[in-house]
Design a protein around this ligand. Structure first.
Ligand code: ZN
Length: 222
C-alpha cells in the first residue's frame, strides 16, 4: 500500500477504496474513468475517488477528502463529478458508511430498453436486495438528480431502506456499512440485470411466486 498523502486520510478507508476500484475493474463494471467510490471518514468528512481517473488503477494518494455539508475539498485533488450524489445520500442515510456507483452495462441496457428488473425473481436478490428502485434520468452532476437518488435510497417501505438503486441511462448505485458491502450489492444488481436481460432475450419473462415462505414461517437462507 503506498504512503498516504495526508494525515487527514484514514488508511483503512483509503485501502477500501483502492481495493473496491480494482474489484469493479475486474468485473468489467467500470470503463475508462467511469464510476466512483466513497467512504464516510467521520461526521463531517468523506473520502472520495478522484474525477477523470481509472478506478481500477487508483493509489491512496489519489483520493480526495471532501466536507460533507459544503462539498468543499479539504487539501488537494478534484473529487468525482458525482460528488453531489454521494453527499445527498450520506445526508439522507446516516446509517450509510460507504457508496459505490458504476455505469453497470447491463443496467444501462435494460433502462435503454425501458425495462426494470424485479429482484424478487431470484432467491439471492430477493433475500439481499428485496427492493431496487429505478430512478428516472436526471442531468449529470445536478443537485436535482442527487436529491432524487437520495430520496429513493431513503424510502423505507417497511422492510428497511434499499441497498441499491438502478439509475436510468446512468448505471446503478449501492450503499453499505462498509465499501465491501456496497460493492457486493452493486455486483448483485449487475447479476440481476444480466440475468433479466438474458431471460428477456430468450423469451418473455414469466411471473413466479416469492422464492421464500412468508415471514413468520420457517425461513431458509441462500
Ligand atoms: Zn455516474
Amino acid at each position: 500500500m503506498p504512503r498516504i498523502r495526508s494525515e487527514l486520510v484514514d488508511e483503512a478507508a483509503a485501502r477500501a477504496i483502492v481495493t473496491a476500484g480494482r474489484r469493479l475493474g475486474a468485473r468489467g463494471l467500470v470503463a475508462a474513468a467511469e464510476g466512483n467510490l466513497s467512504v464516510r471518514l467521520d461526521h463531517d468528512r468523506l473520502l472520495v475517488s478522484p474525477t477523470g481517473r481509472r478506478k481500477d488503477e487508483l493509489d491512496a494518494d489519489d483520493l480526495v477528502v471532501v466536507e460533507l455539508a459544503t462539498g468543499r475539498t479539504v487539501g488537494t485533488g478534484r473529487p468525482s463529478s458525482d460528488i453531489a450524489i454521494h453527499s445527498a445520500v450520506y445526508l439522507a442515510r446516516p446509517d450509510v458508511r460507504a457508496i459505490a456507483h458504476a455505469h453497470v452495462p447491463a443496467a444501462l441496457a435494460l433502462t435503454l430498453a425501458g425495462e426494470a428488473p424485479d429482484p424478487q425473481v431470484l432467491p439471492e436478490t430477493a433475500l439481499l436486495l428485496p427492493r431496487v428502485p429505478l430512478v428516472p434520468f436526471g442531468t449529470m452532476g445536478s443537485e436535482e438528480l442527487a436529491a432524487r437518488i437520495a430520496g429513493a435510497l431513503a424510502q423505507d417501505a417497511g422492510d428497511g431502506p434499499p441497498r441499491a438503486a438502478i439509475l436510468e441511462r446512468h448505471g446503478a448505485i449501492a450503499v453499505g456499512s462498509t465499501l465491501v458491502e456496497a460493492v457486493d450489492a452493486l455486483e448483485l444488481v449487475d447479476l440481476l440485470c444480466r440475468v433479466w436481460r438474458d431471460a428477456r432475450l430468450l423469451a418473455p419473462t414469466r411471473r413466479f411466486g416469492p422464492p421464500f415462505p412468508p415471514p413468520g414461517s420457517d425461513r431458509t437462507s441462500a
